[in-house]
Write a protein that binds this ligand. Structure first.
Ligand SMILES: Nc1nc2c(c(=O)[nH]1)N[C@H]1C(S)=C(S)[C@@H](COP(=O)(O)OP(=O)(O)OC[C@H]3O[C@@H](n4cnc5c(=O)[nH]c(N)nc54)[C@H](O)[C@@H]3O)O[C@H]1N2
Ligand SMILES: Nc1nc2c(c(=O)[nH]1)N[C@H]1C(S)=C(S)[C@@H](COP(=O)(O)OP(=O)(O)OC[C@H]3O[C@@H](n4cnc5c(=O)[nH]c(N)nc54)[C@H](O)[C@@H]3O)O[C@H]1N2
Ligand code: SF4
Ligand SMILES: [Mo]
Length: 873
C-alpha cells in the first residue's frame, strides 16, 4: 500500500458520539491524529481519548498470528479447525449447540457477516452482543413505544433545546464531545439549562442548574410523578394524543406510583417538574443509569411516556434521546446483532420477515425464532448446552456480571474461539483457537453513531503481523463450512452494498431502517462515502422521526406504557451496600488499548472504591487504605477514595481493571446475573455487597523501565512514559525484599537498599548502566510519596539521594494528572489558582495550557477553582 501524507478521514473507535478523525501517517509507522473539522458530529473537536489515539497504536501486546492451544498456527489450520468443530457440533447436537458472542465495537460489515452466518446458515439465533449489557433496555423500550428501535432526534437538538435533562448519564466523561457541544451552546448565552439526575455528583454536574441526587432505581417513580403532574396541570397535548394509544392506563399507573421512591425532596421534584413542563423544547438524555437495571425497559418507557404525552418528540430541540456507548452500538442494532432481532430492524418473530430475509440470502436454514441473550448464553455454556462458542471483539471474562462464573463457564466449554487484537486478555487466555484481528486504523468499514449517522472507518495503516479483518475471518469460516457463494465477498464495500440492498427490502416491509440508496454502491463510491444520516432511500432521507405522529406500530400510533416502578430488592444484612459501577474519563472498558497510553493512565492509575465519609468512618477505613468488597459471587480489593460525591450506602467503583492490570479489581466478579425481564440487560449498577478493611501487612509502590507482573495479594499496574508502575500490598512479607523485587522485575543485579526508619519505609533501587532501572518502596502504611516525582527518575542517572521520595524544590510534584493533553497535575493547577488568583478555566488555560486542547478536563479544573473559592471564603 502506498501511504500518502494527505490525512485519511476516519472515525474514532471509542464512544458513540462518533467523532470524525483525521489520521495522517507520520512516516515512522504511526499516525498523527486530529479532529475532522468537516465531520458533523464533532466539527474538529476530539476528547482526550480520541486525541491520544496515536499512542495506542503501539505494537505492544498485539496478537500477530493465529494460535491453536497456545501454539502458533497458520491461518488455514486455524480456520479449518473452527469450521470443522462448528460443523461437527451442529451435526451432532443441532444448531442451537453453538453461539457467537460479539460486540458493538465491530464494524457494520463484520456484524452483518456474523449475523448472516448464524441466523441464515447455521440456523440458530444464538448470536448476541455486549450491547445486551449496554443498550438492550433502550431497544426494548423503543420497540414497545414506537414499534421500532428508532432514536428520533439529532445531536443538534442538544443545542436547540431550552432544557436538557441528563438521566443516568455522565456525559462529561463518557460522551465528552457531545458534552462540549452542550457547554459551547450554553456559553453562547442561549444554550439550554441542564438538569442532571444521578445518585452521584459527577463531573457532568459541573454545568447542572439542578442536580437531583436520586435514590438508585428511583427514576421510574420520578418520571411517573412527572407524567401525573403533566396530566394534572392540563399539559397533555390533546392533538398529539390522536397519534398515541395507552394514554389513560399510563397516567393511571403514574398516579398510583409512590414519589418517595425517588428519595428526593418535594421542593426539588417540584422545581424539576416546573422546569420540564414549562419548557417546550426539552431533550431527555439517558444512558446506563437507566438501561443497566432489572427494570431498565420500564424506566425507558417512563421517560418516553412524558415526551409522548406532551407531543415533544421528533421536533427541533425536543425528544427522548438514548446516547449509545460503543462506536457501533447502533450499527449492531441495525444489522440485527441482538439475538432477538433479525436484520435491518426486521422482526425475528415475524414469519414474513424471516421468509423475506431467507429468500434474499438464499439461506438454507433460517433461525426459527429468537436466540439466547448474553446472560442466558453463558448459562447455556455453563450447562453444556452450548458446546462451541466464538467470542469476537469483547472481553466477557471481565465485563459480564458474575465474571468469575463466566470465566469458569468459558473454561469448561468444549470449543472456544476468540478473535481479538491483543494476545493477553482475561478472555483470550481461555481460547482453544485464537484469531488475530486487525484493529482501528487497519480496517475498513462503517459505524453508526447515536444520532443515526453512518460514517466510514478507513484504513490508514498496514495490518500488523498476520492479522485479518473480522468480516473476512467470518466469511472464510462460512465458506469453509460449505457456503461458498453466500460468503464470497472480496471487500468490505461489497458487504455494505449487499446490506444496503437488504435494507431496501426491509423498507418495503415497513422497516424504518432503509439505506437502499446505497444498494448499488461501487468500491470507489464506498471509499468516498461521506457521513450520512439514515434512512437514505428513494422514500426518505435522514431527518428526525415521529414529528409527524406516524409510528411503526401496526395501528401507526405510539404506545404509552403503564409503568409500575419496581421496588429494589431489600438488601440482606450480610450485604448492606449497593455498589454503583461505571466509567472513568480516560479509560475505555477493559483498557486493552487505553492502558498503552501513559498519559491516559495517569488520570486514575488504580481501581478504587468511592465511599461516603460516613460509611468510611463506620467501616474504619481511611483514605488510601484498601477495602475488601465482597458479594455472594466474588470479591475485589480496591483503594479507598473517601468522598461526599456518593451517597451513604451507595459506593461507586469503576469497571475497567482486569486480570492484566489489577486482578483483584475486577468489579464484575461482584455483580449478580440479575436481568431486566424484557430486555435481558443485566443490572450492573446495583450489586449488593459487603465492605471491610483489607488487612494488608505491607504496602508498596514499584516502577521499572521494562514491563513486570507483581505477585502479591493486591497490585495494580499502569504504563509510564519510560516503563511501568505498580501499586502493591500484601498480607505476608517476603523474607528478603531484594530477592522478591529482583524476581518481580526480572533483574539479576543487587539492589541498593535504603532504610528510612523514621517513616518505616524501605527503598530499593536497581541501577543498570549507571541509571535507575527499577525501584521498590515498601512501608507498613500506604506509601506516601510523590509518584510523579519518582516516575520522572526512571532512566535517570543514579545519585545518592535518588530515592529521596520527595519532590525537590526545583521539581514540584504534579500530583494526579488532570490535563492529560499537556500533562498538568492537580497540584500545579491548585498552586496556580491560589498564587495567581485565577478564577476561570480560560485563565488556567492561559497560565498552564491545561484544559485548552481537548477540554475533557475542564469540569475538573472548574471544580478546583470552585474549591479554592469556597476555601477562600
Ligand atoms: N471514558 C469513557 N467513555 C465511555 C466508555 C468508557 O469505557 N470510558 N464507554 C462507552 C460505553 S460502551 C457506554 S455504554 C457509555 C456509558 O456512558 P454513561 O452511561 O454516561 O456512563 P456510566 O459511568 O456507566 O454510568 C452513568 C451514570 O449512571 C449513574 N447511575 C447509577 N445508578 C443510577 C440510577 O439508579 N439512576 C440514575 N439516574 N443514575 C444512575 C452512575 O452514577 C453514573 O454516573 O460510555 C461510553 N463512553
Ligand atoms: N459492572 C459493570 N459492567 C459493565 C458495564 C458497567 O457499566 N458496569 N458496562 C457494560 C457495557 S455498557 C459494555 S459496552 C461492556 C464493554 O465490555 P467489553 O466489550 O467486554 O470490553 P472491551 O474492553 O471494549 O472489549 C473489547 C475487546 O475487543 C478487542 N478489540 C478491539 N478492537 C477489535 C477489533 O477490531 N476486532 C476484534 N476482534 N477485537 C478487537 C479489545 O482488545 C478487547 O479485548 O461492559 C459492560 N460491563
Ligand atoms: S467523544 Fe472522544 S471518545 Fe467519543 S468519539 Fe469523540 S473523540 Fe472519540
Ligand atoms: Mo456500553
Amino acid at each position: 500500500m502506498n501511504f500518502q501524507a494527505r490525512p485519511i478521514r476516519t472515525t474514532c473507535p471509542y464512544c458513540g458520539v462518533g467523532c470524525g478523525v483525521l489520521a495522517r501517517p507520520d512516516g515512522a509507522g504511526g499516525l498523527e491524529i486530529s479532529g475532522d473539522p468537516e465531520h458533523p458530529a464533532n466539527r474538529g473537536r476530539l476528547c482526550v481519548k480520541g486525541a491520544a489515539l496515536a499512542e495506542t497504536l503501539r505494537p505492544d501486546g498485539r496478537l500477530l498470528t493465529p494460535r491453536i492451544h497456545g501454539r502458533v498456527a497458520d491461518w488455514d489450520s486455524a480456520l479449518d479447525m473452527v469450521a470443522r468443530r462448528f460443523r461437527e457440533t451442529i451435526a451432532e447436537h443441532g444448531p442451537d449447540s453453538v453461539g457467537f458472542y460479539v460486540s458493538g465495537q465491530l464494524l457494520t460489515e463484520d456484524y452483518y457477516v456474523a449475523n448472516k452466518l448464524m441466523k441464515g446458515f447455521i440456523g440458530s439465533a444464538n448470536i448476541d452482543t455486549n450491547s445486551r449489557l449496554c443498550m438492550a433496555s433502550s431497544v426494548a423500550g423503543h420497540r414497545r413505544a414506537f414499534g421500532s428501535d428508532t432514536v428520533p432526534g439529532l445531536y443538534e437538538d442538544f443545542e436547540e433545546a431550552e432544557l436538557v435533562v441528563l438521566v443516568g448519564s455522565n456525559l462529561a466523561w463518557c460522551h465528552p464531545v457531545l458534552y462540549q457541544r452542550l457547554v459551547a451552546a450554553r456559553e453562547k448565552g442561549q444554550g439550554p439549562r441542564v438538569v442532571v439526575i444521578d445518585p452521584r455528583r459527577t463531573a457532568t454536574c459541573d454545568i447542572a442548574d439542578l442536580h437531583l441526587k436520586i435514590k438508585p432505581g428511583g427514576d421510574a417513580a420520578l418520571f411517573n410523578a412527572l407524567l401525573a403532574r403533566i396530566d394534572r396541570q392540563g399539559a397533555v397535548d390533546r392533538d398529539f394524543m390522536a397519534h398515541v394509544s395507552g394514554v389513560e392506563d399510563a397516567i393511571r399507573a403514574a398516579r398510583a406510583s409512590d414519589p418517595e421512591m425517588t428519595g428526593l425532596s418535594l421542593g426539588d421534584m417540584a422545581r424539576f417538574f416546573d422546569m420540564w413542563i414549562g419548557t417546550e423544547k426539552v431533550v431527555t438524555v439517558y444512558s446506563q443509569g437507566i438501561n443497566q437495571s432489572d427494570s431498565g425497559t420500564d424506566k425507558v418507557n417512563a421517560i418516553i411516556n412524558c415526551h409522548l404525552a406532551t407531543g415533544r418528540i421528533g421536533r427541533p430541540g425536543m425528544g427522548p434521546f438514548s446516547v449509545t456507548g460503543q462506536p457501533n452500538a447502533m450499527g449492531g442494532r441495525e444489522v440485527g446483532g441482538l439475538a432477538n432481532m433479525l436484520a435491518c430492524h426486521l422482526d425475528i418473530e415475524n414469519k414474513a420477515h424471516r421468509d423475506a430475509v431467507q429468500d434474499f440470502w438464499q439461506a438454507p436454514r433460517m433461525a426459527p425464532g429468537p436466540g439466547l441473550k448474553a446472560v442466558e448464553m453463558f448459562r447455556a455454556v455453563e450447562e453444556g448446552r452450548i458446546r462451541a462458542l466464538w467470542i469476537i471483539c469483547t472481553n466477557p471474562a471481565v465485563t459480564m456480571p458474575e465474571a468469575d462464573r463466566v470465566a469458569r463457564a468459558i473454561e469448561g466449554c468444549d470449543f472456544v474461539v476468540v478473535s481479538d487484537m491483543m494476545e493477553q486478555t482475561d478472555t483470550t487466555r481461555l481460547a482453544h483457537v485464537l484469531l488475530p484481528a486487525t484493529g482501528w486504523g487497519e480496517k475498513d468499514g462503517t459505524v453508526t453513531n447515536s444520532e443515526r449517522r453512518i460514517s466510514r472507518q478507513r484504513r490508514s495503516l498496514p495490518q500488523r503481523g498476520e492479522a485479518r479483518d473480522d468480516w473476512r475471518i467470518l466469511a472464510d469460516v462460512g465458506r469453509r463450512m460449505g457456503w461458498e457463494s453466500a460468503f464470497g465477498w472480496s471487500s468490505a464495500a461489497e458487504v455494505f452494498a449487499e446490506y444496503a440492498a437488504l435494507s431496501g427490502l426491509a423498507g418495503e416491509l415497513g422497516s424504518d431502517f432503509d439505506i437502499s440508496a446505497h444498494a448499488g454502491i461501487t468500491p470507489a463510491e464506498y471509499d468516498a462515502l461521506e457521513p450520512f444520516l439514515w434512512p437514505r432511500s428513494a422514500r426518505r432521507q435522514g431527518g428526525r422521526f415521529f414529528g409527524d405522529g406516524r409510528f411503526h406500530t401496526p395501528d401507526g400510533k405510539a404506545r404509552m406504557v403503564p409503568v409500575t416502578p419496581r421496588v429494589p430488592q431489600p438488601l440482606a444484612p450480610a450485604y448492606p451496600f449497593r455498589l454503583n459501577t461505571g466509567r472513568v474519563r480516560d479509560h475505555w472498558h477493559t483498557m486493552t488499548r487505553t492502558a498503552l497510553s501513559p498519559r491516559l493512565s495517569r488520570h486514575l492509575a488504580e481501581p478504587y472504591l468511592e465511599l461516603h465519609p460516613q460509611d468510611a468512618a463506620e467501616l474504619g477505613l481511611k483514605p488510601a487504605e484498601l477495602a475488601e468488597v465482597s458479594s455472594p459471587h466474588g470479591r475485589a480489593i480496591l483503594r479507598v477514595l473517601v468522598s461526599d460525591r456518593v451517597a451513604p450506602g451507595h459506593p461507586f467503583a469503576p469497571m475497567h481493571w482486569t486480570g492484566e492490570t489489577a486482578p483483584s479489581g475486577r468489579i464484575d466478579a461482584l455483580v449478580p446475573w440479575l436481568t431486566d425481564p424484557l430486555s435481558g440487560q443485566p443490572a450492573s449498577k446495583s450489586a449488593p455487597v459487603a465492605i471491610r478493611p483489607f488487612g494488608a501487612d505491607w504496602f508498596g509502590f514499584a516502577l521499572a523501565s521494562s514491563p513486570f507482573r507483581p505477585d502479591c495479594a493486591y497490585w495494580a499496574r499502569a504504563s509510564l512514559p519510560g516503563g511501568m508502575q505498580a501499586e502493591l500490598a500484601g498480607v505476608e512479607k517476603p523474607g528478603d525484599w531484594g530477592e522478591w523485587a529482583a524476581a518481580m522485575f526480572g533483574l539479576k543485579s543487587e539492589p541498593l537498599v535504603v532504610s528510612d526508619r523514621a517513616r518505616g519505609m524501605q527503598r530499593l533501587a536497581f541501577v543498570e548502566g549507571g541509571r535507575l532501572a527499577a525501584a521498590l518502596f515498601v512501608a507498613p502504611r500506604p506509601v506516601g510519596l510523590s509518584r510523579s516525582h519518582v516516575a520522572g527518575l526512571l532512566g535517570a542517572e543514579a545519585r545518592p539521594d535518588l530515592l529521596a521520595g520527595r519532590a525537590g524544590a526545583d521539581q514540584p510534584d504534579e500530583g494526579a494528572t488532570v490535563c492529560a493533553c499537556f500533562g498538568v497535575g492537580v497540584n500545579r493547577i491548585a498552586r496556580a489558582i491560589a498564587e495567581q488568583g485565577l478564577v476561570t478555566v480560560e485563565q488556567v488555560g492561559a497560565a498552564l495550557q491545561a484544559g485548552s486542547n481537548c477540554g475533557s478536563c475542564r469540569p475538573e479544573i472548574r471544580a478546583l477553582i470552585e474549591r479554592s473559592l469556597t476555601e477562600a471564603v
